[in-house]
Design a protein around this ligand. Sequence first.
Ligand SMILES: Nc1ncnc2c1ncn2[C@@H]1O[C@H](COP(=O)(O)OP(=O)(O)OP(=O)(O)O)[C@@H](O)[C@H]1O
Length: 346
Amino acid sequence: MTRDSKPDLLKVEGLKAYYQMNYYGVEREVRAVDGISMNIKRGEVYGIAGESSSGKTSFIKVLAAAIRPPLRVVEGTVKYEFKNGPIEVTTASPAQIEEVRWKHLSYIMQGSMSVLNPVRRIGKTFKDFAQRPLGLTGAAFEDRVIKHLARLKLPPEVLRAYPHELSGGMRQRVTIGLATVCHPEFIIADEPTTALDVVVQKEVLSLIRDIQKEMDSSVVFVTHDMSVHANIADRVGIIYAGRLVEEGPTKQMFFTPKHPYTAHLVASLPRIGDTTQRPALEGRPPNLADPPQGCRFHPRCPLAVDKCRQEVPPLETVAQDHRTACWRWQDVKPLVGSAHPAGVMA
Ligand SMILES: Nc1ncnc2c1ncn2[C@@H]1O[C@H](COP(=O)(O)OP(=O)(O)OP(=O)(O)O)[C@@H](O)[C@H]1O
């Protein structure tokens, strides 16, 4: 099946989610997600990249229906077409969310320790998460979990362990096990490989990929590490200052980026045998409580003209499945050394 012939599993339209706070009577609003629209197909792996504080985690928290104050959805919709029916997560009731949690929609949060209760054995946590959605009890449930753990190269003994008794890599595999044991249709992962050494990182990535393929699930994952995107994403989306500024098939994003910010991210990747100085991107991302007018990247952009300072560029299609929000996308060239980054096949 080509990408085109696959159905959309997720549709996000005009999503705005802000942190709304009140400090001693002073209102403050951080526009972490500020007008994002995108779709994800069944069976697709979509990677989200961007600098720290650009809104990646806030965005996927909304996708994962894990919205807690002060974060609030102020506009837009997030709709899934699950096998058991559609659900719009920004307006769904807690009971409706509970119904799809783990069985249809699972979320691997940042940092495995924060998901695993330190005073609960792993086996108990599996029961809490998965027993109800799987509808199994006793030996049948345990058998299912043990078989799943074996696929993740984890012995049955981990079920009796406390989180602190496991290595970081094992804990991360346990977290992936929890998120996949119910064979969800949609898996959301926030920095699934951060804080792991390179060998374990590769293992965890191929595990996620194998499980995704076997179940034909869709995966959305966040990482600032572009080489991870190069390795596992079908498509990559770049978030800058709360907005999706470019998205496209992974290879095109690396070889023919159409947004100057993407060109910089790609150029910062290490390349085998290349010792030339990387072109550094000057400045910092804007304060999301007071973002600049027009294109939010303009204060740092080498191509910026007056129009960029005044008007917000729309996300427009520039090639099949490739969209960019840049008034000057036709002038964007891959930066020196950005061809053939490590891990991307020509
Ligand atoms: N609980 C919170 N209360 C108020 N503001 C917050 C909160 N969490 C995040 N923010 C702000 O929202 C903006 C987006 O943050 P977010 O964590 O979504 O970015 P990110 O791209 O995931 O960053 P990182 O890569 O560092 O995790 C930032 O300006 C951040 O300071």
